[in-house]
Design a binder for this molecule. Sequence first.
Ligand code: ADP
Ligand code: MG
Length: 307
Amino acid sequence: MLKVENISFGYQRNTFLKDLSFHVNAGEHISIIGESGSGKSTLLKLLYGEYDLNSGSIFWKNTQILGPSHNLVIDYPFIKYVAQEFDLMPYISVAENIGKFLSNFYPEEKQNRVNALIEVVELTEFANTKVQYLSGGQKQRVAIARAIALQPEILILDEPFSHIDNFKKHSLRRSLFSYLKNNNIACIVATHDKNDVLPFADNMLVLHDGSLMAQGTPEQLYKNPQSPLIASFFGEYNIIEPYGIVYAHNITVTNNSQLKATVLKSFYNGNYYLIEALLNNNTIFFKSLNQYKAGDIVSIAIKEQRL
Ligand code: ADP
Ligand code: MG
């Protein structure tokens, strides 16, 4: 288990990350979310010992993870990290990059392992392509495959799909995250995208300005998003008194209700329209299968969002 206990850290004299504590079990999938600058990348770097903590401790099982003042080279074999920027060898192939740290003692086994990893990141057709000819998203996938090559116990991923287009993203996520689950590899993933979190994460940490604002399962935080920041991660929302935070999909058009909204605009979203409307002089957003025109008056019902 990874035990993070009361850690604090600052780049200069000021403390930036303040007193964070959480645990990660073997094989568990943890998502770290938060706005840009909230401290996600900093926290990930602390987890594998890139910086010295100001206070607190990090343990994986019985090994304490210590910063550079205690270690000449950061290299804990049980932990691998894929940064937002990845350093690959440009002049050798995808397969050679992925196999770089695998032993050459059993060449056939190595080849099979590399092929399996290439499949996980869906790059089979590029196996023999030199990395310098790949796109940013393809390089990111090579870096991920190289990081899991030696079967770490924890994999740390900083926005792993940020360079990868929507055409590939959905299947790649399923492939990678199922591989990690099936191999009992814990993963800690910083992300902006709820689609990386809702179907996959066992737990979520919400960072805000260097503090841990909330933690819980995706379902707990989705159903009871405690703050507008958390709700905004999951989708369009409103603040409507006396209900509090109301997701756009929890407002429905009904035949008859006391609540009348005046439509301002309909936005096409594929399988629904997002309707912008005025309710008691406040702008609200709701989802609807029908399109409405500016000026239409609709009766709405608000469903309370509770666990
Ligand atoms: P996130 O990954 O959530 O966008 P970061 O952890 O990268 O956030 O950054 C958190 C804060 O720390 C930001 O204010 C950023 O400017 C600052 N920061 C990040 N890296 C460094 C660094 N190497 N030196 C000084 N400040 C840094
Ligand atoms: Mg970052």
